[in-house]
Design a protein around this ligand. Structure first.
Ligand SMILES: NC(=O)CC[C@H](N)C(=O)O
Length: 306
């Protein structure tokens, strides 16, 4: 019998409300994110047959932040193909998303496309191939989600631009190893713009569906081949939750990607995509209520990808 997602989600929302996530905090190193009400919560499931289930603030836009890295990677992959894998590796980093340590040791080649260094390198590749790199990921998400109006929130962009020296340091370090093709300022601008994209949980679950559906998006068009789709899911499973990835695989067990705006996307291939959003983060920069909600979902349906 198929799971009753509508009542599962209603139950999760109720239980999340009763839990105390007091030690969790909104990201504040990007001041615009600190201003978002911390008790917001949304969860949306879109299944491969087109049915959608939601609870909470499902239509309120939030800052997608690092969740954008998945879509930037897919966009770059569609235009670069295998060449991309010479520029970024595919190993979990075991360190914070904005760490510089491994990048120095490994001579400017990022461990994976989901830490900041890897995502900045992916932006560099997008910058070399697209006429309007600052808009390209937003336009791609517009097509994937069915809302062509998706764009970057300018306040969030400016806020990160003003507090973005660590990301600039990452980009300059890659440049010093001659691993960045375009000027640092242009590449980090593209990166900050993609992180500042605003979307709702409903739009995000729709945009993510192709990862659950062998590369086919909500409009029936192929976004990525089935083989490449499996690879993206493998990367999300091993690198999508930063240095919390092992605990997340242990307690939830699905390919997922988080962002410091409080969103997490995930999939069970062949079944559904899910987006959960709640702004308060744990110490690793992942949504605390978001992880708890995904644990509850997996417990309720009794399966993960394992
Ligand atoms: N984990 C994240 O969401 C990080 C993205 C954020 N824009 C940063 O570069 O720090």
């Amino acid at each position: 019998m198929p799971a009753d997602y509508a009542s599962i989600l209603a139950d999760i929302a109720e239980r999340v409300k009763q839990r105390d996530f007091q030690t969790a905090r909104n990201a504040d190193y990007i001041p615009a994110l600190a201003a978002v009400p911390g008790d917001r919560f949304a969860m949306v499931i879109r299944d491969v047959n087109g049915a959608e289930y939601s609870t909470g603030d499902a239509d309120i836009p939030f800052s997608i932040q690092s969740v954008s890295k998945v879509f930037a990677l897919v966009l770059a992959l569609r235009s670069c193909g295998e060449e991309l894998w010479q520029a970024v590796r595919r190993e979990p980093s075991g360190s914070a998303f904005n760490s510089l340590i491994l990048l120095e040791q490994e001579e400017g080649i990022p461990r994976n496309p989901f830490i900041n260094a890897g995502a900045i390198r992916v932006c560099d590749m997008i910058s070399s191939r697209f006429a309007n790199p600052d808009r390209s990921v937003a336009e791609f998400l517009g097509r994937l989600s069915g809302n062509p109006d998706i764009r970057a929130d300018n306040d969030v962009y400016l806020s990160e631009d003003q507090h973005g020296n660590r990301n600039r340091a990452i980009a300059y370090l890659m440049k010093s190893f001659e691993k960045l093709d375009n000027p640092v300022e242009a590449v980090v601008r593209t990166y900050f713009k993609q992180c500042a994209i605003a979307m709702s949980a409903r739009e995000m679950a729709r945009a993510t569906l192709f990862l659950a559906n062998q590369g086919i998006g909500i409009d029936g068009n192929m976004v990525l081949s089935p083989a490449e789709t499996r690879r993206i899911n493998a990367l999300m499973l091993t690198c999508g939750m930063y240095d919390g990835v092992g605990d997340f695989a242990f307690s939830v067990g699905i390919p997922a990607k988080s962002g410091v705006g409080g969103a997490i996307i995930g999939v069970i291939p062949g079944e559904f995509s899910v987006c959960v959003w709640s702004p308060r983060l744990d110490a690793r920069g992942n949504s605390a209520a978001g992880i708890a909600a995904l644990e509850m979902l997996i417990e309720a349906i009794g399966r993960s990808v394992f």
